[in-house]
Write a protein that binds this ligand. Structure first.
Ligand code: C2E
Ligand code: MG
Ligand code: MG
Length: 577
């Protein structure tokens, strides 16, 4: 029977009949026609497809009734639909039904009644859509929004939401509970050792061990990077129980991991925050735990620390600081200081490092250590960085105009600054504005930049190099860099971190490391700058080992531009080297 016949509406023309038949045959929705007693009169091919029944099997049977062995739940749901149709003449809504093979599936159902001249119901026309795929993608979206796909653990968003809800519950009942944060020690080093894939493998295995933890927890989540968070039930949350739980967590790492045949030993830092003592709100509680974790790391890792036993950053202060910093950036409340670098053979000043200071109206000069990472977090590092670059280039120009050329001024650029926004456009704009020789500008990058999106970063650095701007790797040795892959990047200068220089004089091991760094850099045609040189012994030792440039308080502290110009007037510094 044709679709149009099953409705036998005489007013339709042959063309519209033909069109409606076409539609009936080919539409990707199940279409069906019921008589006034809900017996199926006709179904289209798509209905056959989603229901699994053929037209012959269904025609004449009641809509989703026992006639075709539908489950009781489906039959009852269908009864609801027919009841609604009897009273309202129309049904629209979600409907859980079943295919011929017994598989249940969610469907969208829309049924309308068709009336004759006397307004009696003669038929019902229904449309049914299979919602299985949509449900799957919704579930997948919700999985993606709440779970981390690498570790299969709940993610940070889920964790914080859960923690928030739990706090609300516990506030009411005044019940205490514990929050534990766990961080893998020396993860960057491990990352370098294992490569990105190996590090992922490690995180997966760590997650696996945590998930098998034999302690009652409310939620164990992967918070990103190498951080994990655990919320404990109130019944297991007195300080002694939490300490034991933390120790059990630590013991999970007693056995080493096997990453692609390589045995890897991992230790962890753990912080414990108690609700409500360490915070009655999500932010305060979480910050307490984060701060304690930072302290655990400072103590060298492999440590458990209770929050509240150290100095706390109050989020209120942080919000205050954030606002102040935003304002400072918009008002350019910063000043660039310059620290001289000398060549040890002739004590000649070869350049400066530009170091930014925040000229805080009340606090005075604030060190970049206190605000650079905040500037990154709140997204103003680009603006701040451009300010410093602009100032430094203006200074290069001023010195060149004063006949003090052949200087290199180094500007620190953070990884985020390079990765976000269009750094190259900024660089071009500033170089063009001040008309300086690009050779006199050096950019100091940090190892963390080399860790991510390697191809992209290499390309970016190559573009910088193509402009004849020098690239220096700052704080070398503190990150994860392996000497072997430094050669892959267009790096001209290596800056040995101050921590090596400090320990150098009385530690043969540190001396060996410094020697190796110098030899390696020279082998890769890179220059070596030693940072934080404070004593004449350090300076002599470094000079004797072939270090190219010295920087540190011994030569000069970072000073304002006018003082740097004064220092430059002699070209060399007075030192008994
Ligand atoms: P950095 O680039 O490693 O800069 C060297 C830091 O060591 C400077 O600290 C400098 O004042 C200090 N220093 C230099 N010589 C000595 C010494 O002999 N002894 C000691 N104890 N310290 C010495 P500062 O100026 O506080 O800067 C800290 C860090 O902030 C810098 O480390 C750099 O990473 C970052 N920074 C500074 N200015 C900027 C900037 O404009 N942009 C970005 N992204 N980061 C910046
Ligand atoms: Mg630097
Ligand atoms: Mg440095």
């Amino acid at each position: 029977m044709e679709f149009s016949e099953s409705l036998s509406n005489e007013s339709t023309t042959p063309e519209t009949k033909q069109l409606s038949n076409m539609l009936f045959q080919h539409v990707s929705q199940g279409v069906f026609i019921l008589d006034h007693q809900f017996r199926i009169q006709n179904i289209n091919p798509y209905f056959e497809k989603i229901s699994g029944f053929s037209k012959e099997e269904l025609v004449g049977t009641r809509f989703m009734s026992r006639d075709r062995n539908y489950k009781a739940t489906v039959v009852n749901a269908a009864k609801n639909v027919t009841r609604t149709l009897e009273t309202d003449g129309v049904f629209e809504g979600e409907f859980f039904t079943e295919r011929k093979n017994g598989e249940e599936y969610p469907a969208w159902l829309h049924i309308n009644s068709v009336h004759d001249d006397q307004n009696r119901i003669t038929h019902y026309i229904g449309i049914i859509g299979d919602l299985t795929e949509r449900r799957k993608s919704e579930q997948r979206l919700s999985y993606l929004a709440n779970y981390d796909t690498l570790t299969d653990l709940p993610n940070r968003t889920y964790f914080k939401e859960h923690l928030h809800q739990f706090i609300l519950q516990c506030l009411e009942k005044k019940s205490p509970f514990g929050l534990i944060l766990l961080n893998l020690d020396r993860f960057r080093l491990l990352n370098n050792l294992l490569g990105a894939k190996g590090a992922d493998q490690l995180l997966k295995q760590v997650a696996g061990r945590l998930a098998r933890l034999k302690i009652r927890t409310r939620v164990i989540a992967y918070l990103g990077s190498d951080d994990f968070g655990i919320v404990f039930d109130t019944s297991d949350s007195n300080p002694e129980q939490l300490r034991e739980a933390a120790q059990t967590l630590q013991q999970l790492f007693d056995t080493s991991f096997n990453i692609n045949g390589q045995e890897v030993t991992v230790t962890v830092s753990i912080s414990i925050a108690n609700f409500p003592e360490n915070g009655q709100q999500l932010d305060t509680l979480f910050y307490s735990a984060e701060n304690a974790l930072k302290d655990a790391k400072k103590q060298g890792g492999n440590t458990i620390i209770f929050a509240g036993t150290q100095k706390q950053i109050i989020p209120h202060d942080r919000i205050f600081l954030e606002n102040a910093l935003r304002k400072a950036v918009s008002l350019s409340q910063f000043e660039v200081y310059y620290q001289a670098k000398i060549q040890p053979q002739d004590k000649k000043i070869v350049g400066f490092e530009a170091l930014v200071r925040w000229n805080h109206p009340e606090k005075g000069l604030v060190s970049p250590v206190e605000f650079i990472s905040l500037a990154e977090e709140i997204g103003v590092i680009g603006q701040l960085g451009e300010f410093v670059l602009d100032q430094a280039c203006a200074q290069i120009k001023a010195w060149a105009d004063a006949g003090l050329g052949h200087l290199t001024v180094a500007v620190n650029v953070s990884a985020q600054q390079l990765q976000r926004g269009n750094f190259l456009a900024t660089l071009d704009r500033v170089l063009d504005k001040h008309q300086i020789a690009p050779m006199s500008l050096e950019l100091e990058i940090t190892e963390s930049l080399l860790m991510v999106e390697r191809e992209k970063v290499r390309h970016l650095l190559q573009e910088i190099r193509n402009r004849n701007v020098t690239i220096a790797l700052d704080d070398f040795g503190t990150g994860y860099s392996s000497l072997s892959y430094l050669g892959l990047y267009p790096i001209d200068v290596i800056k040995i971190d101050r921590s090596f220089v400090i320990q150098m004089v009385d530690s043969p091991e540190q001396q060996a490391i410094i020697l190796a760094m110098i030899a390696m850099s020279h082998a890769l045609s890179m220059k070596v700058v030693a940072e934080g040189v404070e004593t004449i012994e350090q300076a002599r030792y470094l000079r004797d080992q072939g270090c190219d440039v010295l920087q540190g308080y011994l030569v000069s502290k970072p000073i304002p531009a006018n003082q740097a110009t004064q220092l430059l007037s002699n070209r060399t510094v007075q030192l008994d080297l």
